[in-house]
Ligand binder design. Sequence first.
Ligand SMILES: [Zn+2]
Length: 374
Amino acid sequence: MGVEPTRHEVTTRQLGRTPARDVSVTVHRYCGGDGPTVYVQAAQHGIELNGPAALRRLHNRLCDAKLAGTVIVVPVMNPLAFDTRSYATPDEYDAQYPNVNRVWPGADDGSFQQRIVAELWPLAAGADAAIDLHTGTPSMLEHVRVVENDKKATALATAFGTNYRLIGDGPISSESGGEASSNVANGDESFTRDDTVRTTQNGEHSGHTQSTETFRIAMTRADVPTITVELGDSRTVDHSVAERGAVGICRVLKQRGMLTASGVLANQLPEPPTQHQLRDDIPVSVTPASGLFEPAANCTVGSEVTDGETLGVVYDPTTFEEKATIATPKPGVIYSLSHGGTVFAGERVASVATPIERTARVDTWIPSYFITHC
Ligand SMILES: [Zn+2]
């Protein structure tokens, strides 16, 4: 490990070609002395803007810092969705797999998005650790997701420093058999199960190679510890959210021994808070009826609820008839809750997770790493 002034370079990586133009991403490399490589990407989903905003703040810090190792940053992983201001990639590009975060690690002989991902995959998989920045709505608890029992990823999550850490349905084999994204009510992350793997059968009909995993699951299979960060406030740029994202990444780099909290980082890296761990093992709350959803007055994200507690009601907005009472099937912490609005039968309105324990900071993982140079 050797700390040296950061050298910054920008390149363009072509990932594919539409009938009339190239599809490429901008890749930043921040290179210091010998040390590990950390890969960071944002905007797999086109409405999640605080990821790129956080990475601009990270850029300003790293350019003036001394660094051990290399940080590779792809600020806009999915320009096709970003340019159209849509959550998923428009069907015109890939009707089979509109959600790019379900096709990792991609496939050279797959659909258009699978091929795009396959071109980017070696850059990510060659790293020693990775951070995937996403953004939910204000109605979702800011959190980091990790694969359960992945101690290395847990160390990254703890260093990043969100107040909550969510684990999915268990070990990799269990997550791979997880449920499909049940509902994309408003296209935002809080209403999709970003940690689970869509077990679509579509690939069987197309003849395409199956590559239907999230980035985090695919990276974990490749033995690269990876965290998915769910920042807040999709569709907008929020100064405090973007700042927390940049600080979180710097804390991960510091924990890996790549950055020291001195110089331009002095007083900018507060210690991460004690992180609460939640298990995402409670069935999501969906409305059985269409209508207008109104959350309970005492319910908000972060609230603890008891078994069977009412999360809100759905009523007919024209007759005022109550159509359904939405109650949590188990006690836990609300990590996602609709602010209220029109809902259709079968739509997710809330998610509750089981608190596990207040987890002490984990800072014992010392990675073995590849020596990389610009
Ligand atoms: Zn996302």
